[in-house]
Design a protein around this ligand. Structure first.
Ligand SMILES: NC(=O)c1ccc[n+]([C@@H]2O[C@H](COP(=O)([O-])OP(=O)(O)OC[C@H]3O[C@@H](n4cnc5c(N)ncnc54)[C@H](OP(=O)(O)O)[C@@H]3O)[C@@H](O)[C@H]2O)c1
Length: 409
């Protein structure tokens, strides 16, 4: 790029984030020009019924993709990079589903592909993992990467609302889409975790490698018990190194009060990174919103203007391990009669699941048992659970939720 000429930006999509980006760029262009020597300006805008993609690419140095989804975003981003344009995107599905192809295309064309806003909005997790921690052997990346579900769980805990009521409030406030499926079933967080795992462990990770569960089945009861036990419930994404491989998972999880992610409430996101040399880093902030997301997108544009960044390359082929180790909370409604606890203990014992604590409450003819297990392989716990569900004294489907046991200090 030659000095003093404006940097021309082709904008694909002018919706919530695209419009906020265009406004922010207008507002900050002089400042960016003064700082970098190149003042950014919009060369053209593509919307469904407006603009011509080829003309926009022809007249720009950087293409900013804010359309969302994979079709036609994938085609546009590949064509822009093959035409020698740097690309900035906020599109998690695109990067999670087509990462290999896109990173190869960026490398072959010698252009930058930046996507800070695709994970945790304006919280700079991608930059920290890819750049600040480039020389660090990261062992674990985990956090709250979906603001919609965090808002719903916070609302349920603070007001006693049901899942449906809290979802309705999230929709009224614009924290949840009209169709919230991808947020509440964990798929959105899974796409973000695939991206973080790929970057942290330098290995190809696709959406299919992530196992995920959502929050649709969480009841106010679970949250009330959690409160009594000093726990808070979060939808966590966890990517970690295990025995020569990695696991990447999304699941609802109870956290002890002292955990750094426990106080992260409402639509906020937070991500922790662990490595032997850094102990741990926690980053938190707004995970979505037009101006917030646009800020991350414009930050990427400034980075592109300012210089070269290392193009992401996978250096390893780490196997994805499906059976992780977890500790569980188990909620059982059973007939209140002698021998029940002994039979449950027998099933758990035969499956080598060890119990950390048990609380029993009477419910008239029935009783409620709330048990917390010690950490162990998930497959063992799941097989014990299947067996327990078939016992004749079990009155309702057992409810199991993971727990992070240790108290952070
Ligand atoms: N919203 C957030 O808070 C947030 C946060 C983090 C990341 N993101 C990501 O940012 C991206 C944009 O999200 P958004 O909320 O701004 O979406 P949005 O409001 O739905 O806007 C999408 C824009 O893309 C345009 N578009 C859609 N399909 C198109 C096509 N086939 N050809 C040309 N243009 C097309 C739309 O055109 P029309 O104007 O003609 O409809 C609209 O301008 C997504 O990847 C999203 O995941 C969003």
């Amino acid at each position: 790029m030659s000095v003093d000429e404006p940097v021309r930006i082709g904008l694909l999509g002018r919706g919530t984030v695209g419009a906020a980006f265009a406004d922010l760029l207008d507002e900050r262009a002089d400042e960016i020009g003064a700082a970098t020597g190149r003042r950014p300006e919009i060369a053209g805008v593509l919307r469904r019924a407006d603009g011509d993609f080829d003309e926009i690419v022809e007249s720009s140095e950087i293409v900013v993709e804010l359309i969302g989804g994979t079709d036609p975003a994938r085609d546009y981003v590949l064509r822009a990079m093959r035409a020698g344009r740097h690309v900035v995107s906020a599109n998690k599905q695109l990067i999670a589903q087509h990462g290999d192809e896109l990173f190869d295309a960026a490398r072959e064309a010698g252009v930058q592909l930046r996507f800070e806003a695709a994970v945790a909005g304006v919280v700079p997790v991608i930059r920290v993992i890819q750049e600040s921690l480039a020389a660090t052997e990261i062992t674990k990346v985990f956090g709250i990467v979906n603001g919609t579900t965090n808002y719903i769980l916070t609302e349920m805990a603070s007001t006693g609302a049901t899942y449906a009521e809290a979802l309705g409030r999230a929709q009224e406030l614009g924290y949840a889409e009209a169709d919230p499926t991808e947020d509440v079933n964990g798929a959105d967080a899974a796409a973000k975790m695939a991206i973080l795992a790929r970057l942290a462990f330098h290995t190809p990770v696709g959406l299919d490698d992530v196992s995920y569960e959502g929050i649709e089945e969480i009841s106010p009861d679970d949250i009330a018990y959690a409160k009594e036990l000093g726990l808070s419930l979060k939808l966590l994404g966890v990517a970690e190194r295990v025995d020569g491989g990695i696991t990447v998972r999304v699941f609802p999880c109870f956290l002890y009060r002292g955990h750094p992610l426990a106080p992260v409430e409402g639509p906020f996101n937070a991500v922790m990174v662990e490595a032997p040399t850094i102990t741990e880093i926690t980053m938190s902030g707004p995970g979505a919103g037009g101006p917030e997301t646009a800020t991350a997108v414009l930050g990427d544009v400034v980075s592109v203007i300012s210089g070269e960044a290392p193009v992401h390359a996978t250096r390893r082929q780490l196997p994805v391990v499906r059976d992780a180790s977890s500790s569980y909370y188990l909620h059982l409604e059973v007939a209140d009669r002698p021998g029940v606890l002994a039979q449950i203990a027998d099933v758990l014992g035969r499956n080598e699941v060890s119990v950390r604590s048990v609380v029993q409450r009477g419910l008239g003819e029935d009783a409620r048992l709330v048990m917390v297990m010690h950490e162990g392989p998930e497959t063992r716990f799941r097989s014990a659970l299947e067996e327990i569900a078939t016992l004749d004294f079990v009155r309702a489907t057992p409810r199991a939720i993971r727990v992070i046991e240790e108290e952070f200090v």
